[in-house]
Design a protein around this ligand. Sequence first.
Ligand code: ADP
Ligand code: ZN
Length: 766
Amino acid sequence: MDQQQSNRSIAEADGRYVEVAVQAPLRRTYTYRLPDRLIGKVAPGSRVAVPFGRRKLVGFVLDTNSRALEGRTMKELAGVLESEPILPQELLSFLADAATYYHHPIGEVLRAAAPALPTEALKLLRQQGFLERGETLPGERVSTRRVLMVRPSADSPPQSRVGSNQRKILTLLEERGEISLDELRQHLKNPRHAVRSLEKKRIVATFEREAPIDPFFSEKVSADIPPRLNPAQSRAVSAIINNAPGSRSAYLLYGVTGSGKTEVYLRVIAEFRARGLGALVLVPEIALTPQLVSRFRARFGDAIAVLHSGLSIRERNRAWHCLRRGAVDLAVGARSALFAPVRKLGVIIVDEEHDASFKQEEGFRYHARDMALWRAHSANAVCVLGSATPSMESFYRAQQGKLQLLTLPERATPQPLPAVEIVDLARHRQGPSQHRLLTEPMLQALESCRQTRGQAILFLNRRGFSPSVRCVSCGEVAQCPACNVALVEHRREGVLRCHYCDFSKPLNTMCSECGGAVFESLGVGTERLEEALATRFPELRVARLDRDIAAGQGVESVLERLRRGEIDILVGTQMVTKGHDIPGVVLVGVMLADQSLAFPDFRASERTFQLLSQVAGRAGRGEKKGRVLIQSYQPQHPAIESARTHDYLSFYHNELRARREVGFPPFSRVVAVRVDAGGETEARKAAAELARVARNQRAVREGRVRLLGPAPAPISRLRGRYRFRLMLRAADRAALRVVTSALVERIDRGIAPARVILDVDPISML
Ligand code: ADP
Ligand code: ZN
């Protein structure tokens, strides 16, 4: 570990000194003396309180064999905050390596990994004056969500004349005894009103209850019978489980959508558990994959730690300690589940490994897929990356033999992959509906879907009514005052909103340029599409799934309704593209494929191909054959053409050639440096200074590391701050590290008033 100071010691290590990483943005660690009562009682990974300057901080013990520095009295450690070390040794050393790799302060890395402190520890801290009264550590506020429940009232009078909604509620109550308002919402619109009337008539009573501990466990799941593996699955499973000790143990499981990758994961996990080893499963967005959790529960029962952002501190701590003690040996979760303290880790699985959500985009910016490979390697565990559309990086690694490639070439069920048709938007300008994106072929497809009573998913990656509005008198597009992006019209809410900083103002506002009061909507967002479809197909049930919906009634309830066949057309953003497996969906429409191609990002093409293939994979998973329509202005584009033919390999080879020409990953590694400041000049100057430091490095002068920029970032102003960007790019990892370290050193000396963010292996180019 290069962050430790341990030279210049006088005495042999005698267990009196410990090395502590404090929770602060500092790239080094500190030595503390143990008070007598704690000698021999503090282990690496313990969370402790330490005096620090005039403050007191929380820190993590890294090492208990430290030595005092010559001629210095070391400060005494103030106390241990938990009875057991929160971080096991395996995790601790992995995290230390990760901190080094990402040039991120180790204390912050450990803080990001460990669950928040439990209340008792906080109390202790407060008693000892570590925190001001009323001050809380981030994430301390325990949220106990309460839900409103409905049940028949005890003295139910004869049920005279009740309305149809009220009748529905009573029928449901007869079936279930009691029901939550949330659940009622899935059956009827605005149930609150009907409940209130029933309550007035004293037919039902309402009461509050604490929300179920975990939404993933609210319904019972019955055990499943594992299917017979097909030959490709068998080969994959046996390759993974027969992995000889010491051999290469990282795999890329490349299998088309619906090819049975999940079944492979389940078998592999079962095998490792039978050997007494634990498993960790990472998925892109756990809230979107309740189905996956159900499949795990059906196979392994309820002793699974499902880690997700909805857990309260107490629940998270409970899950953490269950894993730590070995009471539970299987953890499933999104990105941050990478840090789950699974004991005797046997296998890490990263499902949909290409997904960008594995990259943490604030604070400790790590890539959970890359780190999964790393953690598995250092824990002597097996790692399996699975995808229907592997990332360029992973497939290239497989080609180089660094990952062992396992292929599932066909769907596991008799249904073939859906037929994909391209609609050239330049030729089909607009259908009779007045909506540019509702073309004649799209309308016809929806019509035949309606006739066969199939379900449809329409994907449009813009939420809101329209992505921008223009003043009809002066032509000015309404802009966010703090960011240089257009404000998005949210008509139902009656606001214009910035999707980057959340600024909003009323729709009936005046043009900031000319004072005009009439705006026209430019383009189509999900809200507008939903509305247009509801008008066009009044007899169909149209619903929407995007962040705006997710913030309100919940993703799960929409997906549940789709699954039950209570939605005919679902309109949505990226959220509809992820692994849902809904048999009734026969039509998938991509409204505007060009959106993601237009991103200022060297991965735009790759991202488009992945998105199109994933969303196409939602069609035809049931009895009926699926059909996919992709609308685009660039029908010849390789990303679109390869998605049409379901040809990952041709896409990969094409894209690889393009990447080689421009020298981007996987042929190099990138470090992005983002600089922002309140003034444009300060930001520009700071970026120029960092560029100067980089240019002074030999590796840059000799061309082994390329410096790109500095230049204004694609979003040149965000939340009122001006942004510049520079990038380092190199095939030579060691050289890149040296140059990055030089920048880090310069940044640490302070480059105020600018703020600098270092992003190693960046995913977002904004
Ligand atoms: P993927 O994860 O690759 O998208 P899944 O594991 O979800 O694929 O499998 C797709 C469908 O095929 C699921 O309904 C699953 O139950 C079914 N399936 C998987 N393996 C088999 C098999 N060996 N025999 C029959 N059905 C299978
Ligand atoms: Zn803004």
